[in-house]
Design a protein around this ligand. Structure first.
Ligand code: HEC
Length: 103
């Protein structure tokens, strides 16, 4: 959690240049990447297809940037080894599918 302010600063130029915090990303590989690196653990916690992780009550995320940061920190925690564009693609895809944050 201590890393978040630094991360926020690092992302500011990208936000100034692009409408979306993740910029222009190709979402086509996101579902497979998410399935491979992310789902099993969320399923273990919530059952089903694990998507309750993203729709649960009391979740802490409220913006696209929060979502991107969460994807980044989960990626780091589980050493999925994704590049920033890949984190962005998965965050964008999760937003399309579950979060629907407008900003
Ligand atoms: C080792 C288990 C584990 C793996 C693997 C994992 N996560 Fe998570 N994830 C968690 C836990 C635990 C939380 C809840 C953290 C909390 O409540 O603060 C979480 C929460 C999240 C959230 C926020 C949910 C919300 O709205 O409250 C997102 C987004 C997320 N994970 C994305 C990912 C992505 C993307 C990956 C794959 C790179 C991934 N996770 C892999 C354990 C995992």
């Amino acid at each position: 959690m201590r890393q978040i302010p630094i991360l926020t600063l690092a992302l500011l130029p990208a936000i100034a240049l692009a409408e979306e915090p993740w910029g222009k990303v190709d979402r086509s590989s996101a579902p497979a990447m998410h399935e491979k690196a992310c789902v099993s653990c969320h399923v273990r916690m919530y059952g089903g297809d694990g998507s309750k992780m993203y729709t649960r009550d009391g979740r802490l995320l409220s913006t696209k940037l929060d979502l991107l940061q969460r994807v980044t920190s989960c990626n780091a925690q589980v050493s999925a080894g994704w590049f920033p564009e890949e984190e962005g693609a998965v965050a964008a895809w999760l937003n399309d599918k579950y979060y629907h944050f407008k900003e």
